[in-house]
Design a protein around this ligand. Structure first.
Ligand code: ASP
Length: 355
């Protein structure tokens, strides 16, 4: 009987409490409930460079914005439904690879020989597993092949013909190299080659091209970084490299630590920019290392590397990154960078210029 009375009293107290909760209490409860749910988010880039509003038509800008939004929403939905960071990064990059707007997959730039040689990499921050491919010519979505290398081979990086043999063996979609032909990219190659022909020495060669054209022969890569609901980070990058590249030139995009890095203890990073300087600066890993060893926040680490160390070396470009708590950074030292992000709450950010 005594127990019964005690229980009754507790129930009355509880019901009084609920009925007297103010709207502020309810909001507070909701907020603390939400903050207990695991964080997640995704961020992407579609290349950095001399991207200026005055050089962009309204319809072109609209086309870029739409594609960036489609890609980020695709990745975000995967995360929202409990999918993995690797899958979100892959599907987000696939959309950009399939668009002729970006220098990756379908829109890849041309080499000096008039071919398209594609590079990509992926890293899983949960176990530091990674995969990369370089110089492939028939793989429709190089990020898919990088994931196959990570999961289904004992290696981290495969290049050229061997990578394509591996692709065929694991069933990655292959296309005729013709698939990568786009008129605008081919014209860029012709323009660069023509001005090369008319110049006598290297310095004049650079002066002959409009500065943005020379510099931007190196830009346009795509990449993404994500944190999933399970607390795992991943990053991936995919590119056609730089227009007029030769001698089997490979940039930073397929180099783990330079173009791509992910570690559950720190952050996930994807780079874009003048690849040679991103390799020399080990940019993606450097950001993670500044967080791990120096205790910097992601924003501080990215600023240090992209605004100080990279330009001091002579390079330019940018990164997108997300840390283990879901903080997102889109840092660049060029005039613009195609970029988009979406956090757990579904806040969408899309940017192109240096606003
Ligand atoms: N980083 C790439 C490379 O050097 C180019 C880019 O970011 O657009 O190959």
């Amino acid at each position: 009987m005594k127990n019964y009375l005690l229980l009754l009293a507790a129930a009355v107290m509880l019901s009084c409490n609920t009925s007297t909760s103010s709207p502020a209490d309810v909001a507070q409860d909701q907020m603390s409930q939400e903050s207990k749910e695991p964080n997640f988010g995704i961020v992407l880039h579609g290349g950095a460079g001399t991207i200026l509003k005055e050089n962009m038509s309204d319809s072109m800008e609209q086309a870029y914005r739409q594609k960036l939004e489609e890609a980020i929403r695709t990745g975000h939905q995967i995360l929202e439904e409990g999918g993995t960071a690797v899958e979100a990064v892959q599907r987000t990059i696939n959309i950009l690879e399939d668009s002729p707007l970006f220098n990756a997959g379908k829109g890849a730039v041309f080499t000096n020989e008039g071919t398209n040689e594609l590079d990509a990499s992926i890293m899983d921050g949960s176990d530091l597993n990674a995969g990369a491919v370089a110089g492939v010519t028939t793989v429709k979505n190089p990020i898919d092949l990088a994931i196959e290398v990570m999961r289904n081979s004992p290696h981290v990086m495969l290049a050229g013909k061997g990578a394509e043999e591996f692709a065929a063996s694991v069933g990655t979609e292959l296309v005729d190299p013709e698939y990568f032909y786009t008129e605008s990219r081919f014209r860029s190659l012709q323009r660069i080659k023509e001005s090369e022909k008319t110049q006598l020495d290297h310095d004049d060669q650079q002066a002959a091209l409009t500065p943005w054209e020379y510099r931007d022969s190196k830009f346009g890569t795509v990449g993404a970084a994500a944190l999933d609901r399970h607390g795992n980070l991943a990053a991936g990058t995919s590119t056609g490299g730089m227009t007029n590249k030769r001698w089997g030139r490979i940039g930073d995009a397929p180099i783990i630590g330079a173009g791509t890095y992910a570690n559950n203890n720190t952050c996930a990073v994807s780079s874009t920019g003048w690849g040679e300087f991103f390799i020399r600066g080990v940019v993606a890993y450097d950001i993670s290392a500044l967080m791990e060893y120096k205790g910097l926040s992601l924003a501080e680490a990215a600023r240090e590397v992209i605004q100080k160390k990279n330009p001091a070396l002579g390079g330019d470009g940018g990164i997108v990154a997300i840390d283990k708590d879901g903080n997102i950074v889109m840092e660049f030292n060029t005039a613009g960078m195609y970029r988009a992000s979406m956090n757990k709450k579904g806040d969408l950010q899309i940017g192109i210029y240096g606003e």
